[in-house]
Design a protein around this ligand. Structure first.
Ligand SMILES: [Zn+2]
Length: 250
């Protein structure tokens, strides 16, 4: 209650700014991102790859494998991946604002887009529980929050599914993936996740939706998905805010 009151008071005293462009927001612009910025986001439309979530060119339609994921013969351990769009332009700026700019409120915008995509693609009924990709405890402490978890919470609310943020644990601290090759990325994260002792019953026989902010090669996602399945999950789907190509440097 106190936090709510303080927040309301701060809004009155300090003008709010768009989390991406920095433009002062009008009173009626209640979201964290200015409408003209939101309109610039290229959302995944009717053309996409179900295997890795990568948006495709107009007219390609729904395909089960694309140039971005063809080389991953083993797959990602997931049945389908849903991505809002490519990791570029405004969508990339929103992801950066969330991850490094402390702009937690933009997670609600990302969650709303993901909820819409999951409904449109008929995946909501296939999901039992939602699991955010965990951060290593030190990184979580440095940032103050896990960006995947702040996307997962409002998403879970609109889908009316439980969020299990304590089930999966990142056991080891890994090298930053950005500078590594696809093969190095896979080796870097393989075996880094574990299901916490005593929590396997939460996912046993369940269909899990894994949430992350950005997917590049899918190495991290794959390692987490395989870990969940080994612990008894029946199926794993994934929803990510943005699908990056390897040269995006993330
Ligand atoms: Zn693909």
């Amino acid at each position: 209650m106190l936090r709510y009151l303080t927040g309301g008071l701060l809004d009155l005293l300090l003008p709010r700014h768009c989390a991406v462009s920095g433009r002062p927001l009008m009173e009626e612009e209640t979201g964290p991102i200015a409408p003209e910025v939101l309109r610039e986001v290229e959302l995944a439309g009717a053309d996409y790859c179900t295997r890795c979530g990568a948006p495709q060119g107009a007219g390609v339609g729904v395909i089960r494998e694309c140039a971005s994921c063809r080389e991953y013969r083993d797959g990602f351990g997931t049945r389908e991946v849903v991505a809002i769009g490519k990791y570029e332009g405004v969508l990339k700026e929103i992801c950066l604002a969330l991850k490094f700019g402390g702009e937690r409120k933009v997670a609600g915008v990302l969650a709303a887009w993901l909820a819409q995509l999951l409904f449109d693609r008929g995946l909501v009924d296939k999901i039992d529980v939602i699991v955010p990709m965990p951060l290593h405890v030190i990184r979580r402490f440095q940032r103050g929050y896990n960006q995947a978890e702040v996307i997962a919470r409002p998403l879970a609310q609109s889908l009316e599914k439980p969020v299990l943020s304590e089930v999966l644990r990142r056991a080891g601290k890994t090298e930053r993936q950005a500078t590594l090759s696809p093969a190095q990325r896979k080796a870097n994260v393989e075996g880094v996740f574990e299901v916490r002792a005593g929590r396997t019953s939460d996912i046993d026989g369940k269909s899990v939706l894994l949430i992350d902010d950005v997917m590049t090669t899918g190495a991290t996602l794959g390692a987490a998905a395989r870990c969940l399945k080994k612990a008894g999950a029946r199926a794993v789907y994934a929803a990510v805010a943005a699908r990056a190509s390897l040269d995006a440097g993330v």
